[in-house]
Design a protein around this ligand. Sequence first.
Ligand code: PDD
Length: 287
Amino acid sequence: MARIVYLNGDYLPETEARVSIFDRGFLMADAVYEVTSVLGGKLIDFDGHMARLARSLGELDMANPLTQETWLEIHRELLRRNDISDGGVYLQVTRGAPNDRDFVFPDPEKIPQTVVLFTQSKPGLIDSPSAKTGIRVISIPDIRWGRRDIKTVQLLYPSMGKMMAKAAGCDDAWLVEDGFVTEGSSNNAYIVKDGKIITRDLSRDILHGITRAAVLRFARESQMEVEERPFTIAEAQAADEAFITSATMFVTPVIEIDGTAIGTGTPGNVAPRLRAIYFEESLKTGI
Ligand code: PDD
């Protein structure tokens, strides 16, 4: 069965959805995106993802082309048409397709934005093998642009980071700037020391993870101590545990950084506990 995707108001088989070669998402990476996870057919942290979408668009002087209700309707319709139980919905809004390549933004009154959504089915997402074994990461310099708080589709360097990790026999890369970890290639980064959860504070240097916000809230509600500040790779290597969060990986333990085992070199206690709490709580509020 061909996947049904959404493009500019239409639901189409994926093979029939076409976007102009002049689309600014394609030519300029002039586009923002969101990924919302789906568990048991429910959208997780949907309001958070829509709030961040609105913020990303606003920061780039783009209008939000649809209302919250319409976004929800489209997400739900795609889940229904593609019979998705576990997986995610990818959403992208570009500045549209003018009739030629030009660095100058097109007039938004004349050029409509491009809106694309598609589903990704991932049965058994909750019990992914990496959650049980933990993942290995390498550190690489963070050479991305200075507005990482905007969720743009400029993902070449994160993609290269994953390839560097793969080449080193690892799973992912943590990015380092001025001696401190910013975040993972497509996730937020954490360490645990003496029971305290440490993660970089929010700024333009990192994406403000929706999973991060939920996990830190649940951690605090469970009387765990949280400290939001930068940390180094050396500090991470000397930590008791490390982990990452994202809408696709939820809470996933990190067991090795640049060849050094973290703690016992196994997933530890805090990350698996936070993962369990995250599922329990977010399934309650999934819509
Ligand atoms: N990535 N940091 C970066 C650079 C990210 O790309 C992501 C998400 C996160 C975590 O944010 P959230 O918890 O809202 O998913 C942090 C998504 C999953 C992706 O690109 O597929």
